[in-house]
Ligand binder design. Structure first.
Ligand SMILES: Nc1ncnc2c1ncn2[C@@H]1O[C@H](COP(=O)(O)OP(=O)(O)OP(=O)(O)O)[C@@H](O)[C@H]1O
Length: 747
C-alpha cells in the first residue's frame, strides 16, 4: 500500500462545539439549564434566594453561552449526530480526519452520548453506520479498506481494548504519521455490525466503577479509531484517500468530596482529573493561541492530550460534545464544562484531505511505463534489424561475416606488431646497457691485471674490484631481463605465425575482396616493420661509430702517453672534443695523473672548436659523424682485438623476427653478403630482405611490379610497399645513413 501524504491545500476551521443536556433522572433538585434556538445555553443561578436587587445589580450567577449546536434534554443521540456530526463523518470517507469527543463531568452522559443504548444508539454507532452506508453507495466505483482499533487510557497507561489481556502500550511520535500507539491492534472490518461487536467487546473490558455520581462511571478514557482507505477502481489515475475517525469517550471528572471515593477510586480520580485538567489546559492554551498568538500547549502533560493532539490542533475536523446535567446541584460542573466548551470554540484546526501519494505513485508507474515503452521500441528495432539480416542474401551475409572476421584479424595483427616493436625497443635498450657494462668490465679486468702485475696499490685494487662486482651484478640482472624479453618475443612470434596462418588460409579460401584487404594490411605492417628496422639500424650505427672512436683514441693515448693538451689537440684533429677526464687507473699517465676515460663518454654531433674552453667540460665526448674512424691509423693494437663482442648477440635479438627457420616469416633481416647498406666487407650490419616463396605466390603483383626504389628489389622485400610509399622518409634515412658512413653498394 502506498504511503499517504497530505496534499498542499489546507483549510483552517474551528472546533465544532455542541452542548448536550442530559435529562434529570434520579437527581433531586431543579432544572437550571435552558437551551434556546439550538445554539444558546443559559444556566440559571441555582440560588433562588437572590432578590430583585441582586438581579438588577448583576449579582446573579446566571450565565449564557452560545455554541454551534445546543441540544436540550429531549434530544436524542441521533439528533445530535444528524445535525453536528454527520457532515464530519462523511468527510472521513473522503479522506479527511475527524475527531469527536465527549467532554463533561461524571454522570453527565458522555458514555450515553458516545455509545448510547439500543434504543438511542450513540455517536460511535451512528458514525459507523454512516461510514458503511457511504461505502456501500460507492462500492462499485471504489475499493475500501476499513480498519478499527480501540484503546483506553487508564491511570496514564494505555491498553488495547480489542486484546483480551492487553499489556501496557507505549506512545510513539512518528514524524510522518504523528502520534501512534506501538503494538495497538488494528482489525480489518467489513461491516458496521462487526465494529459494533468489537466495540461491545472493548466496552466490556473497559474499566468502570460505581461512584456516588454514576453507577457505571467510566474510569478510563476510551478512543475508538476507524481508518477508511479508499481507492478508485478501474481508473488510470485513481486516487487513494485515507480518512481517520477518532471517537473519544472521556472518563468522568469528579471531585473527591463529591464522589465520596477513597483508595483506588481516589487514585483513579486523581489521574482522571489530571488528564482532564491537562486537556482543559490544552483547550485553554489553544483557545488563547487563537486570540493572542502563539502559546505553549501542554500536550505532553498526559497521555490523553498526546493522543488527542491531532484532534485538537492538527489535521482534523473536530467536534466537541459537551455534556451537561440540568440539575442545579451540578451547577459548578455544568458551568465549568460550558466555560471550556466556550474556550474550545476558539480552537482552530487545519484540515486537509489525505490524498494518497497516488499521484506520485502513478507518476512512478508512468515513468516505468515510459521506460518500458522505450525498451519495447528498442527491442522492436533490434528485432527488425535481425530479421532484415536474416533476409539478406547468403552471399552478402558471408561477405559481411568475412569482413568482420578480417577486422578482428587485422586488429589482432596490428596489436601483435605493436607488441613486437615495443619488445624489440626494450631489448635494444637493455642490450645497449649491457654492451657498455661488458666494455667497462673488460677495462676493469685489464686494470686489475695491471695492478696485480705492476702497481700493487691496495686501495686502487679494492676500488677496481668493488666496481667490477657492481658491473657484474648489473650484467647478471640485465641478462635475466633480456632472457624474459626474449621469451616474450618468441611468444609474440608464435602468435604472429598463427595469425599469418589464418591469413594464408583466408587467402586460399576466399575471394578477391578478402584477398585485397589482407594484402593491404600485410603491406601496412611491412611498412611499419621497415621503419622500425631502419631506426634500429641507425641507432646501431651510431653506437658502432662511438665505439670505433673510443677504440682509436685509447690506442692513440696508450701508444703515445701524451699530456692533456696534446691529447686534446690530437683529438681535435680527428674532429673529437674530449670533455670527460675520468681515467681508469691503469691508463694513468704519471705526470698528469689523469686521462680521459672515453669508454664512458657520450658522443654527439660536434659543432664548435675543439680547443674552445667551453667545450672542455666534464660531461661528454663529442664526435663528428662524418668522421670515418675505422680508416684512421690507430686501428692496430689490442683494442682491435677488443671487439664489440656482443654485437652478434645484440643483433640476434632485435632481428629475431627475421630468423630463417620461420617459414612463414615474410620479412627477413639477417647478415648477408647481399647487404645494400654498409660499405665495408667486415661490416657487422647487413640487411637481406626476402619474401617467402609461398607468400610471393599468393601475391602475384609482387612478382611483376618493379620497384621504384632502385636497388631494393621489390620482390625481395615484403616491406617494399612501405619503401615505395615513404619516399620522403626513405630518402632522408638513406642520406642519414650515408652521413654516418654507410653507402648503398649500388648507388
Ligand atoms: N440522554 C440521556 N437519556 C437517558 N439517560 C441518560 C442520558 N444521558 C445519560 N443518561 C444516563 O445517565 C447515567 C450517566 O450517564 P453516563 O454514564 O453516560 O455518564 P458519564 O458522563 O459517562 O459518566 P462517567 O464520566 O462517570 O463515565 C447513565 O445511567 C445513563 O444511562
Amino acid at each position: 500500500m502506498p504511503s499517504l501524504k497530505v496534499p498542499a491545500t489546507k483549510k483552517t476551521t474551528t472546533l465544532t462545539v455542541a452542548v448536550k443536556c442530559r435529562p434529570l433522572m434520579r437527581e433531586r433538585g431543579r432544572d437550571i439549564v435552558r437551551v434556546n434556538d439550538n445554539k444558546e445555553v443559559v444556566i440559571l443561578d441555582p440560588d433562588l434566594s437572590k432578590d430583585y436587587l441582586d438581579r438588577i445589580q448583576n449579582r446573579t450567577k446566571e450565565k449564557k453561552y452560545c455554541f454551534d449546536y445546543a441540544f436540550g434534554p429531549d434530544s436524542t443521540n441521533l439528533d445530535v449526530y444528524t445535525r453536528s456530526i454527520y457532515s464530519v463523518i462523511t468527510g472521513v470517507v473522503q479522506g479527511l480526519n475527524a475527531t469527536v469527543f465527549a467532554y463533561g463531568s461524571t454522570g453527565s452522559g458522555k458514555t450515553y452520548t458516545m455509545v448510547g443504548t439500543k434504543d438511542d444508539p450513540g455517536l460511535m454507532i451512528l458514525s459507523l453506520h454512516t461510514i458503511f452506508d457511504l461505502i456501500r453507495k460507492d462500492k462499485n466505483s471504489d475499493d475500501f479498506d476499513i480498519t478499527c482499533s480501540y484503546l483506553e487510557v487508564y491511570n496514564e497507561v494505555i491498553y488495547d481494548l480489542l486484546e483480551k489481556s492487553s499489556g501496557h502500550l507505549e506512545l510513539r511520535e512518528d514524524p510522518e504519521h504523528g502520534i501512534t500507539v506501538a503494538g495497538l491492534r488494528s482489525i480489518k472490518v467489513h461491516s458496521a455490525d462487526k465494529i459494533l461487536e468489537l466495540l461491545n467487546l472493548g466496552n466490556s473490558r473497559r474499566k468502570t466503577d460505581s461512584t456516588e455520581a454514576n453507577v457505571t462511571s467510566s474510569r478510563s478514557h476510551a478512543v475508538l479509531e476507524i481508518t477508511v482507505k479508499r481507492k478508485q477502481k478501474n481508473k488510470y489515475r485513481s486516487q487513494i484517500m485515507q480518512g481517520k475517525l477518532a471517537l473519544v469517550d472521556l472518563a468522568g471528572s469528579e471531585r473527591a468530596s463529591e464522589t465520596n471515593s477513597g483508595g483506588q477510586k481516589l487514585r483513579d480520580g486523581a489521574n482522571i482529573n489530571r488528564s482532564l485538567l491537562a486537556l482543559a489546559n490544552c483547550i485553554n492554551a489553544l483557545g488563547k493561541q487563537q486570540k493572542k498568538g502563539l502559546a505553549y500547549v501542554p500536550y505532553r502533560n498526559s497521555k490523553l492530550t498526546r493522543i488527542l493532539k491531532d484532534g485538537l490542533s492538527g489535521n482534523s475536523q473536530t467536534v466537541m460534545v459537551a455534556t451537561i446535567s440540568l440539575a442545579d446541584c451540578q451547577y459548578h460542573h455544568t458551568l465549568n464544562t460550558l466555560k471550556y466548551a466556550d474556550r474550545a470554540k476558539e480552537i482552530k484546526t487545519h484540515i486537509q484531505k489525505n490524498i494518497g501519494t497516488v499521484d506520485t505513485h502513478l507518476s512512478d508507474y508512468q515513468r516505468m511505463i515510459d521506460s518500458l515503452q522505450i525498451e519495447v521500441c528498442r527491442l522492436k528495432k533490434e528485432l527488425a534489424e535481425k530479421e532484415s539480416q536474416l533476409s539478406v542474401k547468403p552471399a552478402e551475409k558471408a561477405a559481411d561475416d568475412e569482413l568482420s572476421w578480417l577486422n578482428i584479424l587485422s586488429h589482432e595483427t596490428s596489436e601483435n606488431v605493436q607488441e613486437r616493436i615495443n619488445l624489440q625497443k626494450a631489448l635494444f635498450e637493455l642490450e645497449e646497457t649491457n654492451l657498455r657494462n661488458r666494455t667497462e668490465l673488460q677495462h676493469l679486468d685489464d686494470a686489475i691485471a695491471k695492478q696485480q702485475a705492476f702497481e700493487k696499490d691496495r686501495a686502487a685494487m679494492d676500488a677496481l674490484t668493488a666496481r667490477r662486482q657492481v658491473i657484474l651484478d648489473n650484467i647478471r640482472d640485465n641478462d635475466e631481463a633480456e632472457a624474459n624479453y626474449q621469451k616474450e618475443i618468441i611468444e609474440n612470434e608464435k602468435h604472429r605465425c598463427h595469425l599469418q596462418g589464418m591469413i594464408e588460409e583466408a587467402i586460399s579460401n576466399n575471394g578477391n575482396k578478402t584477398y585485397l584487404r589482407i594484402l593491404s594490411q600485410y603491406r601496412l605492417l611491412g611498412m611499419n616493420n621497415t621503419e622500425l628496422q631502419f631506426e634500429i639500424a641507425m641507432r646501431d650505427q651510431v653506437i658502432h661509430n662511438q665505439r670505433e672512436a673510443q677504440r682509436n683514441l685509447w690506442n692513440l693515448l696508450m701508444g703515445l702517453g701524451l699530456d692533456e693538451k696534446r691529447i686534446v689537440d690530437l683529438a681535435a684533429k680527428q674532429g673529437i672534443t674530449i670533455e670527460d677526464w675520468t681515467m681508469t687507473p691503469h691508463l694513468r699517465v704519471p705526470e698528469r695523473k689523469q686521462l680521459p676515460d672515453l669508454a664512458y663518454g657520450r658522443c654527439s654531433q660536434h659543432g664548435h672548436s675543439p680547443s674552445s674552453p667551453r667545450s672542455y667540460s666534464k660531461s661528454s665526448c663529442i664526435f663528428q659523424h662524418h668522421q670515418d674512424f675505422s680508416s684512421g691509423s690507430f686501428s692496430s693494437g689490442h683494442w682491435n682485438s677488443a671487439p664489440t663482442f656482443c654485437r652478434e648477440d645484440h643483433h640476434s635479438s632485435y632481428y629475431l623476427l627475421s630468423h630463417d627457420h620461420s617459414p612463414s616469416a615474410f620479412l627477413t633481416l639477417r647478415r648477408s653478403n647481399e647487404h645494400w647498406v654498409g660499405s665495408r666487407p667486415s661490416s657487422w650490419f647487413g640487411m637481406h630482405v626476402k619474401i617467402p616463396q609461398d607468400l610471393r605466390n599468393s601475391y602475384p603483383e609482387m612478382k611483376t611490379q618493379s620497384s621504384p626504389c632502385g636497388s631494393i628489389s621489390a620482390a625481395s622485400h615484403s616491406a617494399d610497399f612501405g619503401l615505395c610509399h615513404k619516399d620522403t622518409w626513405n630518402n632522408t634515412t638513406r642520406q642519414h645513413l650515408s652521413d654516418v658512413g654507410f653507402h648503398n653498394n649500388q648507388e
